[in-house]
Design a binder for this molecule. Structure first.
Ligand code: BGC
Length: 746
């Protein structure tokens, strides 16, 4: 259906029909208008597999492939792999008659306690944005739609429906919104799901600033916005702000609200803000309906109904898990070679492979680590702990005995389902007590112990110094068993890298003391210093740094070369990094490139990830990776000018296989010097270096006399200009305002 056909169709709809189209028909589909041939489309969660359900979705959903959740996928540092996962989900969507997949989710991980961290990619916006873009492009390549969610700052579960997040403009731009900006511009998702929470006072579901000014006007988003399930506070204001579709929809209630707002009736629901006049025009309604129908028709027309190969998707889930799991520690115990392995832990037979809540997939074929390990070598199992009772320690003795009788012990442990889920945050970073005691007692009798962790977010590791290996499997999706076994036995070489920092203690993390907030609000007081930006700035050694991950081979970073030694701020820069696989097995490495400003004018992180690339290098071979930096890679958000700014000068580029980089190179970036326009609050001392300072002083002294200039010469007062009126008494406020306007060319 063409744009003009849709326009014609909209003109034939009654207001009642238009208002009803702006709400869901039920929890999983949109409203149809059969008399005009407007179809309904189907929606399904997301994000790491389909969850097609009936009703509100509490029961089992239609079986689908459970791919690795976002927490693990991000550790691949591989946009192409994310695309592959997306494409497989897109194929299943076509097979299951789903037109929109509710994912990916890419909120920033602000605290390790975030209950839904497993559904999000990273603490870093560049990594998060790139992996999200990969997933979106993959799903949409199969002509199914996507929903990038939850826009924005939904970084906690506590009070998520009402919490007001106080976030600085700079932190929003550089961290929380940046994670959306890249995928919106690059991958063009079909829709965006607004978050439940408020940001600086406004509900995301009715924030014109967020849904229109930034999303559409600045970033050029062309799709439609839907609400998270039940996120709407004031429906009419939501339409005004740019929220097209309310989900699941309140039927008559909010339909009336919209009609009333158009017909001049009263809007009765709470919290309409001052900018919204409780009125909607028919033009605003038409715009919203048009945006929605453009997507509905496009997706409806792209339905293929094509069946897909679920076995192939299982294999893809295994591959993605293998290329994402992170080898955190290895003293040489891995890969396992010969001998008998004690496999300990209930998770070896009942693996935790996904998180709880709306993303829970009814997986088709979950493989257990124990079964898969038995295919590679001799194993003996002992349960070790119970997942249902974290105080039960009666199984430890048998586990210790089994471990002592074998050549090594592999303890598969992690967070039980009840510890983390959508809907609530964790209160601490600890593994269950019985698992910690088990590890302690096993390592005493079997020093060759390896830990495999299944968790959705970092855990404290009091055992880190006592064990010979740690594999962070996170939540592995349905191929969890094969992936863990292949990596432990060296069938595959680990190549995942941490997409988040593991702090040594919870108290070290940047949001500590300000998470999850209280009395309905939370202060993001760490500002832009989220994740590694914080640990580096404060010189706090983490347990494992961002970007860390070992391999069964080793890589030497040889050289970093730049296409130019200096650039103008609008020029792109090519960075070539050469590295060698110095080990004896082939392996993949993630080359990471960070940027640091040497002498910043505002507080800036020690370094920030700006580009990365995963590459396969054969044993003994050397390869070169080329990465590109652009203006944005050097810029920061100036929250007085409300713009991205580059402060010209020297920057250092740092490259390596983790955020602990081994190569550095300096570059000069030439940028137009910029000065904030002079205003009433400009400090007198700032005039000295301001290009218009002298001219201003001349005009001012023509009124107040030259002795003013003389008087301040040696003191450079920190007074704002407006104080001149009272301090020197020879000029009125309007006259001063005239001089300022004159200087600024107004
Ligand atoms: C979640 C969304 C999800 C929706 C539908 C909400 O509670 O926050 O991520 O897509 O439910 O299940």
């Amino acid at each position: 259906m063409t744009k003009s056909e849709i326009k014609a169709l909209v003109s034939r709809l009654t207001l009642e029909e238009k208002a009803s189209l702006l709400s869901g028909k039920d929890a999983w589909s949109t409203v149809a208008v059969p008399r005009l041939g407007i179809p309904s489309i189907n929606l399904s969660d997301g994000p790491h597999g389909l969850r097609q359900c009936n009703g509100l979705g509490w029961g089992d959903s239609v079986p689908a492939t459970c791919f690795p959740p976002a927490v693990l996928l991000a550790c691949s540092f591989d946009e192409e792999l994310a695309k592959k996962q997306g494409a497989a989900i897109g194929e299943e969507a076509q097979d299951q008659n789903v037109q929109i997949v509710l994912g990916p989710g890419n909120n920033i991980k602000r605290s390790p306690l975030g209950g839904r961290n497993f559904e999000y990619f990273s603490e870093d916006p560049v990594l998060s944005g790139h992996i999200a873009a990969g997933v979106i492009e993959g799903i949409q390549s199969k002509k199914a739609g996507t929903t990038l969610k939850h826009f924005a700052c939904n970084s906690q579960e506590n009070e998520r429906f009402v919490i007001d997040e106080h976030v600085s403009e700079r932190a929003l731009r550089e961290i929380y919104l940046a994670s959306y900006e890249y995928p919106v511009k690059k991958a063009r998702p079909t829709s965006i799901m607004c978050a439940y929470n408020r940001i600086n006072g406004d509900y995301c579901s009715q924030s014109k600033w967020l849904l229109t000014d930034i999303l559409r006007d600045e970033w050029g988003f062309k799709g439609f916005v839907m609400s998270d399930w039940g996120a709407v506070d004031n429906r009419a204001q939501g339409v005004y702000a740019g929220l097209e579709l309310e989900m699941p929809g309140t039927g008559e209630e909010n339909k009336r609200e919209i009609i009333n707002a158009v017909e001049g009736g009263r809007v009765t629901l709470p919290s309409a803000d001052k900018k919204f006049k409780n009125k909607l025009t028919m033009r605003q309604i038409d715009k919203a309906v048009t945006r929605l129908l453009e997507a509905v028709f496009a997706l409806h027309e792209k339905k293929t109904g094509k069946s897909c190969d679920y076995e192939k998707h299982h294999a893809a889930a295994v591959q993605i898990a293998k290329e994402s799991m992170v080898l955190l520690k290895n003293t040489g115990a891995l890969p396992i070679k010969g001998g008998k392995t004690a496999v300990i832990g209930e998770m070896a037979v009942k693996p935790r492979y996904q998180g709880g809540g709306s993303s829970r997939v009814n997986a088709i074929n979950v493989t257990a680590p124990l079964d898969e390990m038995a295919k590679h070598g001799e194993v003996e199992y002992s349960r070790g702990y119970s997942l249902d009772d974290d105080k039960e320690t009666g199984m430890i003795a048998d586990a210790v005995k089994t471990a002592a009788e074998c050549d090594r012990a592999v303890i598969i442990c992690g967070l039980p389902d009840s510890y983390e889920s959508e809907g609530y945050d964790r209160r601490h970073m600890n593994l269950p007590e019985n698992q910690l005691r088990l590890i302690d007692e096993v390592v005493r009798k079997q020093p060759n112990t390896i830990i495999v962790l299944c968790n959705g977010s970092p855990v404290a590791m009091p055992f880190v110094g006592k064990v010979n290996g740690i594999l962070e499997a996170y939540l592995g999706g349905e191929g969890v068993g094969e992936a863990i076994a292949d990596l432990l036995y060296g069938v595959s070489n680990p190549c995942g890298k941490l997409a988040e920092t593991f702090p040594q203690y919870l108290e070290h993390n940047p949001s500590f003391g300000n998470f999850p907030g209280e009395n309905g609000h939370v202060d993001y007081s760490e500002g832009i210093y989220v994740g590694y930006r914080w640990y580096e700035k404060h010189n706090i050694p983490p347990l494992f740094p961002f970007g860390h991950g070992l391999s069964y081979t080793s890589f030497r970073y040889d050289d970093i070369e730049l296409s130019k030694t200096g650039i103008d701020e609008n020029e792109d820069l090519e960075v070539r990094i050469t590295l060698t696989n110095t080990g004896s097995v082939d392996g993949k490495e993630v080359v990471q490139l960070y940027v640091k400003e040497n002498s910043p004018v505002v507080s800036r992180p020690e370094k920030e990830l700006k580009a990365f690339k995963k590459i396969m290098i054969k044993a003994g071979e050397t390869a070169t990776v080329t990465l590109k930096l652009d203006r944005r890679s050097f810029a920061y958000w100036d929250d007085t000018l409300h713009q991205w700014k580059v402060n010209g000068g020297k920057f250092t580029l740092l490259a390596g296989g983790s955020s602990i980089c081994s190569l550095t190179k300096e570059i000069t970036v030439n940028a137009e010097p910029f000065f904030k326009p002079i205003n009433m609050y400009t400090l007198i001392c700032e005039l000295k270096n301001h290009p218009k300072g002298e001219e201003f002083m001349n005009k001012l002294c023509a009124v107040v006399g030259d002795d003013f200039r003389e008087g301040i010469k040696n003191t450079d007062p920190q007074w704002p200009l407006r104080t001149i009126v009272s301090m020197c008494g020879k000029i009125t406020l309007p006259r001063l305002a005239d001089i300022i306007d004159d200087i600024n060319g107004k």
